[in-house]
Design a binder for this molecule. Structure first.
Ligand code: CU
Length: 247
C-alpha cells in the first residue's frame, strides 16, 4: 500500500491495489462522518431561546436524504465488490490442479512443513526427535518453494486457532483445529521471507516465526537432494504425491 508493505513477491499483485482502493473509499467516508459529527455538534449545540427539535425522518424530504446516503454507500460497496469478487475467486475458490503440494501443520508453538516431492516427503520443523533445532541455525522452521510452479498448501492445526501468514505473498489463512484448509500461491522472486502466525495462540505465539524460502527450480531440486527424503511409508495417508509441472 503506497510502498508501506513489504515487496509483493507473489502473483496476487492486484490485492495491493484493492487494499489501497478500500482504504481510500473507507477513509473518505470516515472523514465525512467525523466532519458531520463534529460540525453538527457545533452548529446545533444548545442555544438560549431555541427549542430542541425532534426529527423523526417522516417527511418526504427527510426520507429522500436518508435514502440518498444509503444509495451512495451501497454504490461504493458495489465498487469494492466488483474488484473484490474476481480476486476472491482466483485466490480462494480456484485451487489449481497442478503444483507442489505442501502440508502445513501449526501447533503450539511452531510449524511443521511436509513437502511432497516426486522423490518423497521432506519434512522441516523446528525440533527433531531429540528436541534439538533441526532445520536451521536460528531455529525457524522453513517452508521451501520454487518459482515457476504453484504451491498448493493444506493447513491443519494440532491444538488451537492459528493463522498462516506470509506478508510477502499477501497470504493469510486462519486455521481452526479439526479442519483442513486448502490454498495456493505462486512466488516469483527467489529469496527468504518472513512467515508468521497471525492469531494469538498462547504464551509462545511470538515464537511461531518461520521462513519462506523461494528457490529457483534448479536450487529447489538441489535442496530436495541435499535434504534426502523420508520413507515412503511415512507419507500421511490419503496424500497424493504431486505430479510436478514444468520439468
Ligand atoms: Cu499464534
Amino acid at each position: 500500500m503506497w510502498g508501506t508493505l513489504p515487496e509483493n513477491v507473489g502473483t496476487f499483485q492486484d490485492l495491493d491495489g484493492l487494499m489501497e482502493f478500500i482504504t481510500v473509499v473507507v477513509g473518505l467516508w470516515f472523514l465525512a462522518a467525523m466532519a458531520m459529527i463534529i460540525g453538527f455538534s457545533l452548529m446545533f449545540k444548545a442555544k438560549p431561546g431555541v427549542k430542541a427539535q425532534y426529527i423523526a425522518g417522516n417527511t418526504g424530504k427527510q426520507v429522500g436524504v436518508l435514502l440518498g446516503i444509503v444509495a451512495a454507500i451501497t454504490m461504493f460497496d458495489f465498487m469494492i465488490d466488483i474488484r473484490n469478487v474476481p480476486l476472491w475467486n482466483t485466490i480462494k475458490m480456484q485451487i489449481p490442479a497442478e503444483g507442489d503440494q505442501v502440508g502445513v501443520l501449526a501447533k503450539q508453538w511452531t510449524w511443521v512443513f511436509t513437502h511432497k516431492t516426486k522423490a518423497g516427503n521432506v519434512t522441516t520443523e523446528m525440533f527433531n526427535d531429540a528436541g534439538e533445532y533441526s532445520d536451521s541455525a536460528n531455529g525457524a522452521p522453513k517452508l521451501h518453494v520454487r518459482t515457476g510452479t504453484k504451491t498448493i498448501y493444506s493447513l491443519n492445526s494440532e491444538d488451537v486457532l492459528h493463522s498462516f501468514k506470509i506478508n510477502a505473498l499477501r497470504v493469510t489463512m486462519d486455521i481452526i483445529p479439526g479442519r483442513t484448509y486448502k490454498g495456493w500461491f505462486e512466488a516469483v522472486k527467489p529469496g527468504t521471507y518472513d512467515l508468521a502466525c497471525a492469531e494469538i495462540c498462547g504464551r509462545g505465539h511470538g515464537d511461531m516465526a518461520g521462513r519462506l524460502v523461494v528457490h529457483t527450480p534448479d536450487d529447489y531440486d538441489k535442496w530436495v537432494k541435499a535434504k534426502g527424503v523420508t520413507k515412503a511409508d511415512s507419507a500421511p495417508k490419503g496424500v497424493v504425491v504431486a505430479h510436478n509441472a514444468a520439468h
